[in-house]
Unconditional design. Structure first.
Length: 401
């Protein structure tokens, strides 16, 4: 709490890798073969059977990648509150709104415009998942839902990865409260309580009709665990390093299996299905612990290509599906679908870089400027307060100090 925490560039790179996994996942799900695996657990080819089960299902574990995002957000946001001068609530919220909402609003507006201009039509050779996007007209209700980040599932057909940004924004607004608890309470009790809340929310979600509070509550454990790891990052690093290589290898294998558990999400056994829904939570936390404690892993992640992808990861996550949908609807019938899909990742990276330079960076800069203005206003108000007293006495001056 006495020194400013260092920045973990390796974790930015990890976010970039997770975003890339989501891109691969969505590219693959454009084809019915893979959409059937994810949505229904049906394996129609040898390749889908080979890649559809753990551990190889990690290669397209898009949902698990989002769990990694949430843990990383908890960790990185917590570091802000571990500084000698933690951010004030108002300034913190303004920066998060600029960071998340402004790029989100711009990309969603562009996606709605493209959806209306291109007038997508059904293509039988494409997947059920693909046809779940851009399949309704733009209405005032749709616009309001996105403008207010309500996250109603019935409106999530414009740019469906944004469902996670709704949760990200909700947790950002209450994160100072989370940190207040994490800093003061025993970490075991905090982690156990957050895990209990998340598991309870998962079981209650279907019965609640998708109530927004319960929908977000299923991710409490991820943000809390990330915050706890930030608070105990030094102890975590020392503990991981003291483990013998065989134990570290076992934990790494466990993290891979947990994160790839979506491959058995449609198992016939109910207990296996429930375990598959919870396992990625543990896998995401375990992965972060291993990276914090491994110099080799951090060194590998801090290579320039990984750092570059990490830098543009938010824009990549936010815009890649819009790129995919636009390309397919523009070029369908002119080029084979597989060739169109092969063009998506490089073009998505190019678009992400442009968005980062001309949209994301200005939004971040605006957040910093507004933070300085708020802090300056608070300082002026504090300094001018004694001037309103005509004859300050010793007691009042001592109280002001």
């Amino acid at each position: 709490m006495q020194t400013k925490p260092r920045r973990y560039a390796s974790l930015d790179a990890l976010r970039g890798i997770a975003a890339s996994v989501v891109v691969v996942d969505h590219c693959m799900m454009t084809f019915p073969t893979w959409s059937d695996v994810v949505l229904h657990g049906r394996h129609s080819t040898v390749l889908s059977a080979l890649l559809g089960y753990p551990p190889l299902s990690l290669l397209w574990a898009g949902d698990a990648a989002v769990k990694v995002f949430f843990v990383l957000s908890g960790f990185v946001l917590a570091l802000l509150f571990m500084r000698p001068e933690p951010p004030r609530y108002g300034a913190f919220c303004v920066k998060r709104i600029c960071r998340i909402y402004l790029p989100y609003a711009a990309v969603v507006a562009a996606a709605m415009g493209l959806m209306m201009v291109l007038s997508p039509r059904q293509a039988p050779e494409l997947s059920e998942w693909f046809h779940g996007s851009w399949n309704h007209p733009a209405t005032s209700s749709l616009i309001w839902d996105h403008a207010l980040m309500l996250g109603q599932s019935k409106f999530n057909f414009v740019d469906n990865p944004i469902w996670s940004l709704v949760h990200e924004m909700r947790f950002s607004l209450v994160f100072p409260i989370i940190m207040w608890v994490v800093i003061r309470a025993d970490w075991r009790k905090v982690v156990a309580a957050s895990l209990a809340v998340s598991i309870a929310a998962m079981f209650a979600l279907n019965r609640s009709g998708g109530f927004w509070l319960i929908d977000s509550a299923q991710y409490v454990f991820l943000f809390v665990a990330g915050a706890v790891l930030a608070k105990h990052r030094v102890e975590t690093e020392c503990w991981i390093r003291k483990l013998d290589p065989a134990c570290r290898a076992f934990l790494a294998a466990a993290a891979v299996l947990f994160l790839s558990a979506h491959g058995v999400a449609h198992a016939g056994n109910h207990a296996v299905r429930q375990a598959a829904s919870i396992a990625p939570h543990f896998g995401a936390v375990l992965l972060l612990m291993l990276i914090i404690g491994s110099r080799k892993a951090r060194h590998l992640l801090e290579k320039k290509p990984c750092i570059w992808v990490g830098r543009v990861s938010y824009s990549l996550y936010l815009s890649h599906l819009v790129v995919l949908l636009t390309l397919v609807h523009l070029l369908h019938g002119l080029l084979p679908v597989y060739l169109i899909i092969l063009c998506v990742p490089p073009l998505a990276l190019a678009v992400a870089y442009a968005l980062y330079r001309f949209l994301e960076e200005p939004a971040i800069s605006l957040g910093h400027r507004l933070e300085r203005l708020l802090d300056a206003g608070r300082t002026r108000a504090a300094s001018s307060a004694p001037a309103r007293r005509t004859v300050p006495d010793e007691a009042s001056m001592a109280g002001a100090e």
